[in-house]
Design a protein around this ligand. Sequence first.
Ligand SMILES: [Zn+2]
Length: 238
Amino acid sequence: MDRSEPPPEVAEGEDFGYRLFPERHSEAKLSFLTTSLFTFNHKCQVMLRIALDTNPYAQLLLDAMKQSGCTVYKDRHFACEDCDGCVSGGFDSATSQIVLCQNNIHQQSHMNRVVTHELIHAFDHCRAHVDWFKNVKHLACSEIRAANLSGDCSLVNEITRFKFGLKQHHQTCVRDRAIRSILAVRKVSKETAEKAVDEVFDSCFNDHEPFGRVPHSKSDAKYAYRDFQNRNRYYANL
Ligand SMILES: [Zn+2]
């Protein structure tokens, strides 16, 4: 689909089936629906733009993708859509498109994390031949990396870092989230998901590319982004 066209929600706004029931055709109701759908989509697009332009996690990943020959374009590779349940986003490997769930993302910080998480999947898809559907270990590895590097587990850390050892807790959080992510997208048993995550955990948890470290906060991510840029400047001069 050509994503530069106006969002389908707006185009379909006039046809909610109300015309079949003339007595239910309420101008107020129709315009409210059209407006709120448009607002959800518009708000999602605005937050996406802010994430891509200002969030250091996203910026680093966009640069890394570009360098790996997989340049990401806002209009072509992102879609703001309504999703079922409480899903926040997803990566569609068939189209290399990141779906952002406009009905479930309401805050900029949440948008930043979802964009980062899905960009890590896109990065893995770009750099390696990931078999998302047949090899559950491949999926497990990317989910471990996404949970570890996107900040998904950092907020929890802030709250509980005095209760548990920081490092231990971070690992537990990453493991749990990776297992839950697999169960959300594949029809496998909990045991299968746990086994896959545990088998690849050490190597995937310690693979910090393209960050070079675990960015626990936005300032960590800023340093990582600066180092990434310097690293490339250095290699470019060789
Ligand atoms: Zn994921």
